[in-house]
Write a protein that binds this ligand. Sequence first.
Ligand code: GLA
Length: 401
Amino acid sequence: MKKLNILLLSVLTLTAYAQKFEDLAPTPPMGWNSWNYFSCNVSEDLIREAADAMVESGMKDAGYVYINIDDCWHGERDSQGFIQPDPNRFPSGMKALADYIHSKGLKLGIYSDAGWKTCAGRMGSRGYEFQDAMTYASWGIDYLKYDWCNTEGLKAEGAYLTMRDALYKAGRPIVFSLCEWGNDKPWEWGPKIGHLWRTTGDIYHCFDCIVDHGTWKQWGVEQILDQQDGLRKYAGPDHWNDADMMEIGNGMSVNEDRAHFSMWCMLASPLIAGNDIRNMSEETKNILTNKEAIAINQDPLGIQGFKYYSSDGLELWFKPLENGNWAICFLNRDEDAKTIDFDWSHWYVKDDLNNLVIDFKNEEYKIRNVWSHKDEGTTKKVFQTELPGHDVIMLRLTPGK
Ligand code: GLA
């Protein structure tokens, strides 16, 4: 009996040990991250101001919750190996910062790297995983983005497993964001380890470009979109394909920003703003806080959308939503405007993965335009409109007349 008890206990301990925190991301995480706009220029003042702005701008009301500090917050390790924040940038310490963020009803994210150094050359977590996880938990951190620079000799799945177990052992529920750039197909092993995984290298604030840095590349919105092909089957509640932090408000045109946001919504990608949310234009704010678009991203079914049709720079994307609703997005990849003349009755759309069908010939749907916030009749009538270059028409379809 005693033997049996010991066996049972060790089985229980083992199962409790080897898992990720469940249900932390039933819908794609929403927040803000410092990197795309501020790169290494982070400080506690900036992070507090970003939190204030998230509340004041209406982003919090729209569903954004994470304030994520990216690279360069690090100071040295103390004599026992515990990581300290940079004393000049974060003089009050991380615990005080987390308390402030929490007092605003928001959550705090932090960044580390599976290698011995981060991408910007700060202290990585290699060899310190359990100690770092304990430190983050003691500070009150809610989200960890874990990067993949300087990882010579490591295998991604194993390295991310180690940090997952360390976080779990530390006991504080922390969303685990794998930033491995899609190198080793994290969608195949990521669901049991983290809540989201990057699918590509870093984004760049252009709609259609590749920035070549020699050993690595940055990708425009269209280029990131194309790299999502074939990945939708891996995503769902608590395990999302991450198309990278957004570049809305960072220099693209309003049309391009709108298209970028719409496509991240269609992809059920995490929505992590990457601009200076303390100083944004009305247009940027309106895009980031469009609740009808966000509802498509945050739909409880958690089904990633798919490209159904593509011709001459025009793409048609569909995303199944709850209650038999669908989102549809016309994306114009070209710079020139296009005329849309869409006769619904010719379309029979099938989502093979989920065995869902829209048979427009036999079923009628009400049309809601997500960006103009207007009802546009039903699918019994041909849908006609002008679609500017690098822009979208995003619609929600609801069964009925
Ligand atoms: C990598 C990541 C980026 C960012 C930087 C920070 O490039 O992919 O998102 O975190 O590192 O150095």
